[in-house]
Design a protein around this ligand. Structure first.
Ligand code: ADP
Ligand code: MG
Length: 273
């Protein structure tokens, strides 16, 4: 490039799990912030009509005039949709409730599963977006057309899994969907990894779930587990990632370790190293 700094390869990761409340959004926000903190240029795409990633990153309604709805409807470009956050090197394509209607509107469109993939093609071309090295897609809690769009656009899936009794049951269904998307829409789709969230070492069930998931998924499970941490759950109400709200808390530190593992799995050095 003109600056002499070689462009880093772009990686698109979908944070998916059809169960709600497992830590997808928390991971999108805090893994995104951690990756940005170690020098990556990160874009979070909020694909959940609830807009929790947008809210948690401090984007108020007034700044969501152009949203992922417009992007997916083909009414706005990615460059028009992406806005900066308070975190350096972290930007977001925010969402609104409008996304709820999109599934119906797209239902008969032949390209309905590829809307996001098409929108993301402009990443390398746009001057403002071409530095981005990680895209994290925050999926809704469903295997609906929005999630299918995320899986069709992604290089890999990152699965947040809450350490609770039914964790594995949901995982099998998700893996079948990934398999189907790989066969029909996106042959290069892989599993980046499974991250265990809201881990509580004092809870026997939590430990049993960890053992089961590691037994089932082997080294696809990240070594880093995200502990249940009150600072992590407080941060969104302040419109901040946990890493800005309380960098020293155990949750923030875990997300920094997870970011290193994610980068290691891509087989590349951190940008700032
Ligand atoms: P999802 O996006 O999968 O629905 P969220 O990321 O919104 O899940 O998390 C669900 C709830 O759990 C939220 O209230 C969030 O603040 C809380 N939460 C997530 N991760 C943690 C954690 N490590 N410690 C404590 N609370 C957490
Ligand atoms: Mg969510």
């Amino acid at each position: 490039s003109e600056t002499g700094i070689p462009a880093r390869p772009l990686r698109i990761l979908a944070l998916a799990n059809q169960k709600g409340g497992v830590g997808k959004t928390t991971t999108a926000i805090n893994l995104g912030t951690a990756l940005a903190a170690i020098g990556e240029d990160v874009l979070v795409i909020d694909l959940d009509p609830q807009g929790n990633a947008s809210t948690g990153l401090g984007i108020d309604r007034a700044r969501r005039q152009i949203s992922t709805y417009d992007l997916m409807a083909g009414e706005a470009s990615l460059a028009q949709t992406v806005i900066p956050t308070a975190v350096p090197r972290l930007s977001i394509a925010p969402s609104t409730m409008d996304l709820l209607g999109l599934e119906m509107e797209m239902a008969t469109a032949p390209d309905r599963a590829h809307r996001l993939r098409t929108a993301l093609k402009s990443l390398g071309q746009s001057e403002s977006l071409k530095r981005i090295s990680y895209v994290l897609i925050d999926c809704p809690p469903s295997l609906n057309l929005l999630t299918i769009n995320a899986l069709a656009a992604a290089d890999a899936v990152l699965v947040p899994l809450q350490c609770e009794f039914f964790a594995l049951e949901g995982l099998s269904q998700l893996l079948r969907t990934v398999e189907q998307v790989r066969g029909a829409l996106n042959p290069r789709l892989s599993i980046q990894g499974v991250v265990l969230t809201m881990f509580d070492p004092r809870n026997n069930l939590s430990n049993q779930v960890v053992a089961d998931v590691r037994g089932f998924m082997g080294d696809k499970v990240y070594e880093t587990m995200i502990p249940r941490n009150v600072r992590v759950s407080e941060a969104p109400s302040h419109g901040k990632p946990a890493l800005l709200y309380d960098l020293k808390c155990a949750g923030s530190q875990a997300y920094l370790r997870l970011a290193s593992e994610v980068i290691q799995r891509e087989g590349r050095m951190p940008a700032a190293a």
